[in-house]
Design a protein around this ligand. Structure first.
Ligand SMILES: [Zn+2]
Length: 336
């Protein structure tokens, strides 16, 4: 069996000819395996979806219970047979429920990492390297310039700013699934106990994280009847970045714009968005994490997708690892 018999790129996404299923298809298909709940990987309308319980729950929260014809939950490490192909899900360390998907037949194993990171994250299970013949890696931050600082240090800068400018409302842009809960949790770990105001778009997901044992402390709606809700003790509001583009953030007193994203490493991006306090908090692997992970998998061949494919392909070649870009379409950095 050749790798492309086990997985190959199709316009809909990665397809397994041997098992007749797709991984993270961007269009509706008969059978989809989904790595995690971000919108560019988890779409509604598939015939059947196989994913972790948490990813299925997150898809139901975002799309409604009828998001797929049928669903099946896969536990981490559990082996499931699909038409003679053995598939298993392994923690990816990206967001709650996120998984790498290993597919295996006739002694050949390919691991599709989905999105992943290696840095510690108190809101999800840590990435587990899986030995494989072919490793499919993301490449969102695949340039040597991307070296993410510890997220706790970035959160400490936010807390310091809150102390320095108590009269200003710190409006923290953080993606609704994963990033927002990670930032809130890190603030709690840094001793910030006051209620945190959140945008309505975060409410269901934050409540779900709580049910999964990720304690976020007291959260209150940021707005009441469309007006900024005043709380005397706390000057922080967390909301999705899209909320910043509209008038939502202007309801708050003297807003100070904060954005938590791996892209905040690029100063020009922070300036373009009018971000006063950029926090480099990423749910994607940085360059050292990408290259270390490729080595750890022991893969003889690497396929590089969604991001800066060329630099990582080149790095693999220089290190004696066969590599090629996959050029899958339809994946954005929604989550970053
Ligand atoms: Zn993602």
């Amino acid at each position: 069996m050749q790798p492309h018999d086990l997985l190959c790129p199709r316009p809909e996404g990665l397809y397994s000819p041997a098992g007749d299923f797709f991984v993270d298809p961007v269009r509706p298909v008969a059978r989809a395996l989904v790595t995690h709940g971000h919108a560019d990987h988890a779409r509604a309308g598939h015939g059947a979806v196989l994913a972790t319980r948490q990813t299925l729950d997150i898809m139901a929260l975002r799309y409604g219970e009828g998001f797929a014809g049928t669903v099946q939950a896969a536990g981490y490490g559990e082996r499931i047979d699909l038409g003679g192909v053995r598939v298993s899900f392994h923690p990816a360390g990206h967001v709650l429920g996120s998984a790498q998907i290993a597919v295996e037949a006739n002694g050949l194993r390919i691991v599709a990492s989905g999105d992943y990171k290696r840095a510690a994250d108190p809101t999800c299970a840590a990435f587990e390297p899986v030995a494989c013949d072919v490793f499919i890696t993301e490449a969102t931050f695949a340039l040597p310039v991307f070296v993410h600082p510890p997220a706790a240090d970035e959160t400490a800068r936010l807390i310091a700013s809150l102390a320095q400018f108590p009269e200003r409302t710190h409006i923290v842009g953080a993606y609704a699934l994963g990033k927002a809960q990670r930032v809130i949790r890190l603030m709690r770990e840094a001793g910030h106990d006051a209620p945190i105001r959140i945008h309505g778009a975060l409410e269901k997901l934050c409540a779900y994280y709580e049910t999964q044992g990720v304690t976020l402390g007291p959260l209150v709606p940021a707005t009441l009847d469309g007006k900024a809700r005043a709380t005397a003790e706390d000057g922080v509001v967390v909301g999705p970045p899209a909320a910043f583009a509209d008038r939502w953030s202007r309801r708050f007193a003297d807003p100070l714009t904060v954005f938590a994203s791996g892209w905040m490493r690029v100063r020009q991006r922070a300036r373009q968005r009018g971000v006063e306090l950029p926090l480099i908090v990423s749910d994607h692997a940085d360059w050292p994490e990408l290259t270390a992970t490729i080595r750890e998998t022991g893969a003889a061949e690497v396929w590089v997708t969604h991001g800066r494919e060329e630099a990582l392909v080149r790095w693999c070649e220089l290190n004696g690892i066969r590599a090629r870009p996959l050029h899958l379409v339809g994946y954005e950095d929604e989550a970053e």
